[in-house]
Design a protein around this ligand. Structure first.
Ligand SMILES: Cc1ncc(COP(=O)(O)O)c(C=O)c1O
Length: 408
């Protein structure tokens, strides 16, 4: 795959020997979020706050976002084809593919979000749903997608796992344009908590259907494991990678193979579970800090954009009234040169970079799915790199990051 364009296309850049900036994924949760307040009272408070911030009337708290997709397939009979993009999270799409008639790949726009014109080209009598992923925190064109869904009688799902709450398009909250919206509270998502997720809807028929579904009990072991792994893998990462035992994890590795290890046969059976009360408590504490965090991500992103704007070899992320960006991730797209080389150059200066979401239609289990021409998806993916411009990065660090990119 992609060997003709860049021999290193499948490789994640090596990690820095010594970090000068925080890593790309910056956890938000703190130890005291686990300790303060009542976990059971947090369930109701989190539900109410999510409804308010995403502009939806109903909220079902779950163990993860993908459980919301599962419930829509099983309890609301969205079991024909779903139109999605190829730049999507593999396990969620494996689940979808195993629970509905299949996924169909639409092309993306220049922001890596689903292109409404491509959805129009693909929609037919077999289609039941459109999944609009707000990739990396950039809103998909929800107004155009809503119009298509209404005209064709399709169900619109907003995949808002990368999208911070409280953003509006045309006076309407992002998250409320869909017939249903899924959220994730995992450490690499806007809330940066310890897993958990939600399904939101304004439709009473959807709400009644999903509420009838018998959810599995919360997975306490998984919750404890998340506390451990998110702390070790993200907070302590810069320190651990300096130790002799951590050195092996610094090397460039085949990121596509890593993702493909999630077998396409998994999730033939699946249990959608309740959120664990402690996960709800931590998510609520993080949600209460979200406005401040979003402001920091936005001001970091704006500063970085200002510093790099004149570089013609770069395409920078953009925010607009119709498609606001919340910069959960900051993707650079290289118009020239190799992202792997830029990643290596930045790693030598103590800056971690990475990429996510390799095209599904080029991966095992998805090659035969119906699809539009996906040239732009492949190109944007192969040329993009995520920079550590999150809420834990300081202004001085952003200046250093910008200067380091300019020195390429
Ligand atoms: C784009 C995207 N969609 C969906 C998901 C699934 O979220 P969860 O792990 O809560 O099921 C992820 C998780 O990484 C994701 O990145």
């Amino acid at each position: 795959m992609l060997a003709e364009t860049d021999a290193n296309a499948r490789l994640q850049p090596a990690k820095p020997a010594s970090y000068r900036l925080p890593p790309v994924v910056q956890p938000v949760w703190r130890w005291r979020d686990l300790l303060l307040g009542s976990a059971n009272a947090s369930l109701e408070a989190l539900r109410a706050e999510l409804c308010r911030r995403y502009g939806m009337r109903h909220c079902l708290l779950l163990d993860r976002a993908r459980s919301g997709l599962y419930l829509l397939c099983k309890s609301f009979a969205l079991d024909r084809e779903w139109i999605i993009t190829t730049l999507m999270h593999r396990p969620s799409c494996v689940l979808l593919q195993n629970q509905c008639a299949g996924v169909v790949f639409a092309e993306v726009d220049e922001h890596m979000t689903i292109d409404p014109a491509s959805v129009e080209r693909l929609a037919n009598a077999s289609t039941c749903a459109i999944l609009a992923t707000h990739t990396y925190g950039k809103a998909a064109d929800v107004a155009a997608l809503r119009a298509i869904a209404d005209a064709r009688g399709l169900f619109l799902v907003e995949n808002a796992v990368h999208m911070a709450s409280g953003c509006q398009v045309g006076g309407r909250a992002i998250g409320s344009w869909g017939d249903a919206t899924v959220l994730s509270f995992n450490v690499d998502k806007p809330l940066g908590a310890i897993l958990g997720g939600a399904l939101l809807t304004n439709r009473d028929d959807v709400w009644q259907a999903v509420c009838k579904y018998d959810l599995g009990t919360a997975n306490a072991e998984e919750m404890r494991e998340r506390v451990r792994t998110t702390y070790v893998a993200y907070r302590l990462k810069p320190m651990i990678l300096r130790l002799p035992a951590g050195r092996a994890h610094r090397d460039a590795n085949d990121g596509v193979a890593e993702i493909e290890k999630f077998d396409a046969g998994t999730y033939k059976t699946y249990t959608a579970r309740r959120i664990h009360p402690l996960q709800a408590k931590v998510a609520l504490a993080c949600l209460r800090r979200e406005e401040e965090l979003l402001q920091r991500r936005r001001s970091n992103a704006q500063l970085l954009i200002d510093r790099l704007r004149d570089l013609e070899w770069l395409q920078l992320p953009e925010s607009s009234a119709a498609q606001p960006h919340t910069y959960t991730y900051f993707p650079l797209v290289l118009r020239q040169g190799s992202r792997f080389e830029l990643g290596a150059h930045l790693a030598a200066r103590g800056i971690e970079t990475k990429w996510r979401l390799p095209p599904l239609h080029l991966q095992a289990g998805f090659q035969h799915a119906r699809r539009d021409n996906l040239e732009r998806s492949v190109q944007l993916w192969a040329q993009h790199l995520l920079l550590p411009a999150g809420c834990a990065t300081s202004t001085e660090q952003i200046e250093f990051l910008a200067a380091s990119v300019r020195q390429r």
